[in-house]
Design a protein around this ligand. Structure first.
Ligand code: FES
Length: 107
C-alpha cells in the first residue's frame, strides 16, 4: 500500500491506496481522495486535476504529452495532472493553488 496525502482547502487528507492506483479513477468510484480531489475529464484534457507535488515527485514517471500540453511551464514548478499518474510510491500533493486554467488571467 502507498500513503497519499492531499492538501485541499486548508485541510490535509491522508489514506492508503493500492499500488498503481490512479487518484482520479478512485475519486470517480467515490474512494479516497473523493470528494476532495477536483477533476473533470479524466483524460488529460482539462487540467482541473492539476496538483503541485510536495513530496514524492522523484518517483513519478516523466510527464506525458498531455501534461506538457496542459501544464507547460507549470511542470517546472512541480505541477502534474493527477489523472495521468498511476502511483507506485508514497506521494504528497496539494490542490490549494490557483487552478491551472486560470493561470493566464493576468497576462
Ligand atoms: S481531469 Fe482533466 S486533465 Fe485530469
Amino acid at each position: 500500500m502507498l500513503k497519499v496525502t492531499l492538501h485541499k482547502n486548508g485541510q490535509i487528507y491522508q489514506d492508503e491506496v493500492q499500488e498503481n492506483a490512479n487518484l482520479v479513477v478512485r475519486a470517480g468510484i467515490r474512494q479516497f481522495p473523493y470528494p476532495n480531489l477536483s477533476y473533470r475529464c479524466g483524460m488529460g484534457k482539462c487540467a482541473t486535476c492539476a496538483c503541485k507535488i510536495l513530496d514524492g515527485a522523484d518517483h513519478l514517471p516523466a510527464p506525458n504529452w498531455k501534461e506538457k500540453k496542459q501544464l507547460g511551464s507549470r511542470l517546472d514548478e512541480g505541477y502534474r495532472l493527477v489523472c495521468q499518474l498511476w502511483l507506485t510510491h508514497d506521494i504528497e500533493l496539494t490542490q490549494d493553488v490557483e487552478p491551472v486554467h486560470h493561470a493566464d488571467a493576468s497576462a
